[in-house]
Design a binder for this molecule. Sequence first.
Ligand SMILES: Nc1ncnc2c1ncn2[C@@H]1O[C@H](COP(=O)(O)OP(=O)(O)OP(=O)(O)O)[C@@H](O)[C@H]1O
Ligand SMILES: [Mg+2]
Length: 334
Amino acid sequence: MVRVELRNVVRAWEDFRLTIEYLEARDGEFLTLLGPSGCGKTTTLRIIAGFEKPDTGEILFDGKVVNELPPYERGIGIVFQDYALFPHMTVFKNVAFGLEMKRLPKAEIERKVRWALELVGLEGLENRYPEQLSGGQQQRVALARALVVEPDVLLLDEPLSNLDAKIRERLRGEIRRIQRELGITTIYVTHDQEEAMAISDRIAVMNFGKVEQVGKPLELYYRPKTEFVARFLGLSNILELKAKDGKACIGGLCFYVERDGKVRVFFRPESVYVKPGEMAEVVDYELLPGRIRLRLKIGDELILAERFLDELPFSVEELPARVDVDVRSFSILG
Ligand SMILES: Nc1ncnc2c1ncn2[C@@H]1O[C@H](COP(=O)(O)OP(=O)(O)OP(=O)(O)O)[C@@H](O)[C@H]1O
Ligand SMILES: [Mg+2]
């Protein structure tokens, strides 16, 4: 297991600048880089791998600067978005490739390849060629190929984005299981917030070449520091209010805050509880599997509330025109 750190890393091109003051993947941690297309996720991963050199700054593995080490001496395993399997080689040969390059004895290669294929659930497919495999199976081969060299650090760049939703969900669970089993420090890139929440110990949300916030999934989800993080991770309510005497109110709904003046109050739709009353107008609603999403007007503002149907204090058929609103968890955006 290895701790990976980036310190004051800058990589700039004409129209893009990646700046990472500090980023750390702890020993055995599953860290995800999450952000929109073009924010610098792949560049960050390539810098960690050694395929890209930073203009300035340091990359450290267990406290040692690795800037001058080529990728193959960094002890990494890497999986790219497009699998990059060798089409003319069987599954076995694809997975064995890195070991053969290291000139390991044949019996050892055989044993390690079988171990890796079993780990990713591909036993029995050793002799197939990539074109004879489904997308999900090809991605498992790519994963086995990255794991077979027993790397200290596993780097995955949107490994599931070419797969359909069901397989994506299954495979992400398996990646997580394997990562836990091996305790391998993993840095995973995705632009899918649900995937990031499901799979990560911690998430680094990136935007325009910068890390906006790093934290545990629920910390980021319920306590985002910026509007970007709030909106990127899911549906948000953000109210711009004036606080006085420690209270910021709108239409009878009050938030107790620690400062006076302008505040931006943030809360998730599922933190909004409703019951019959007069506070807010029910503007419209949407049914989701097992849930209802209500659009409510309170003061001059619209907010979203989301509740499970079986905890709604009235039936959908008899939805009242007005409700009382209780926000049970909120935070203040910086
Ligand atoms: N070799 C290069 N020369 C010039 N610009 C580059 C180079 N590599 C990357 N960039 C630019 O850096 C920015 C970040 O690219 P990067 O591939 O890291 O984004 P990303 O977050 O991985 O996006 P995506 O989700 O689309 O894969 C982009 O604007 C890209 O055009
Ligand atoms: Mg990318």
